[in-house]
Write a protein that binds this ligand. Structure first.
Ligand code: XIL
Length: 388
């Protein structure tokens, strides 16, 4: 992988060259200079990634799509895949037991179809954003373990059947592991444990049910912090090996890619590689890069979307470039999705107070330098065609 610093150095050198430019100045030393032209800026991320066979995606907020013109246009124009940010989660699709609401998910699928985009379905089995009737906290439930297993089976089959033929990738199971690699305690792990089964046994079941309902959809396990080598990534790797050895229909591993500049850049390429070596596809499914942001004037726990320091901003640009370059370096990395379009749509400020500015467009839906950086990476890439 090319070191991200190379590109940033190039960008800085170019800025200096441009500032001092006069008619007599020869072509800038950095060949990437040519790529900072308006022509490149007018090309979409999806179009630039197309020759490599890489899909570029975005998580879409149901209440913005169709309501905000600029947002809708950017989603349609820049990306080749979309992921529902919340619309296909359990609390959205089955708010009351047996009462399904597919409206928001269906609207996204229809919009994707109209725009020639693929859909990454997200997500079938998770401990979070469950409806209250099922589990108020992701762990406890009024249902018996037997009932929970049946509820899970019905949910997976009902949802995958509803969207049969519409979904490219399903994030079948989301976030089943703890940081130390042990199974996360959830309503699912505890039901299986109580049944005398492997607490992670629901994962194999869910993949099998999903495959039964839509044999064409590619089925993914999705989690965060798999980017860094460590107990969690190791456990996910062991889990994937076990699933494959048992003949479970798993096609890929989703690396969420929620990065913060305070933790350093992960050894992402090595981790993508070792899952690819198992014969799986890999994908970056929820990329955002947060950094410390400046407080608002008359600060009362309120934050802007402006990086607090120039170093933080520069690190964000390096991380964006680094994530995309890592994906490009691994031919099994078939898609790269950003978790929201603009800073004004991002989940980060609500969950990580004091951090933000994590996306490629700003609060007013203006493109940020990070976006130009990604365009340049794609335009100058000699990456191998994707292997699917
Ligand atoms: C987040 C959404 O962005 C928020 O709007 C919602 O309130 C909470 O969930 N990992 C995931 C995503 O897999 O589904 C989460 O999305 C972010 C973390």
């Amino acid at each position: 992988m090319k070191h991200p610093q190379t590109l940033i150095a190039g960008i800085l050198a170019l800025a200096v060259t441009a500032a001092g430019a006069s008619a007599a100045v020869a072509a800038p030393a950095d060949p990437r200079a040519v790529d900072r032209s308006p022509a490149l800026a007018s090309r979409s991320l999806a179009a630039l990634a197309e020759p490599i066979g890489l899909e570029i995606g975005v998580a879409v907020a149901a209440d913005q799509l169709g309501a905000d013109r600029k947002y809708t246009k950017l989603v349609a124009g820049q990306f080749s895949t979309v992921t529902p940010e919340n619309a296909m989660k359990w609390e959205s699709v089955e708010p009351q037991q047996g009462v399904f609401d597919w409206a928001a998910g269906d609207a996204l699928v229809a919009s994707a179809e109209a725009n020639g985009q693929l859909v990454r379905g997200h997500t079938l089995v998770w401990h979070s954003q469950l409806p209250d009737w099922l589990s108020p906290d992701g762990v406890s439930s009024d249902f018996s373990p037997e009932e929970l297993r049946e509820i899970l089976r019905e949910h997976v089959i009902t949802q995958v059947t509803h969207y049969k033929g519409d979904i490219w990738h399903w994030d079948v199971v989301n976030e089943a592991l703890n940081e130390d690699g042990t199974p996360r305690v959830s309503v699912w792990s505890e039901a299986y444990r109580a049944l005398g089964l492997d607490p992670l046994g629901y994962i194999a079941d869910a993949f099998r049910w999903a495959h039964e309902a839509d044999p064409e959809a590619k089925l993914y396990y999705n989690d965060y912090n798999l980017e860094f080598t460590g107990p969690k990534s190791n456990a996910a790797h062991a889990l994937a090996q076990d699933l494959l050895a048992d003949g479970v229909p798993i096609d890929g591993m989703g690396f969420q890619g929620h990065l913060s500049t305070q933790y350093g850049f992960p050894d992402l390429e090595a981790n993508l590689d070792r899952f690819a070596d198992l014969g799986l596809e890999v994908a970056l499914t929820e990329v955002d890069v947060r950094t410390a942001v400046a407080p608002r004037k008359n600060h009362e726990g309120e934050w802007t979307s402006t990086p607090a320091t120039a170093e933080g901003f520069a690190a964000q640009r390096e991380y964006w470039v680094g994530t995309l370059e890592a994906c490009l370096a691994v031919p099994a990395c078939v898609s790269y999705t950003v978790w929201g379009l603009a800073d004004s749509n991002s989940w980060i400020p609500g969950v990580f107070p004091g951090e933000g500015a994590a996306l490629l467009w700003d609060d007013h839906l203006n493109a940020k330098p990070q976006l130009a950086d990604l365009r340049e990476v794609l335009a100058t890439s000699d990456a191998a065609p994707r292997v699917r």
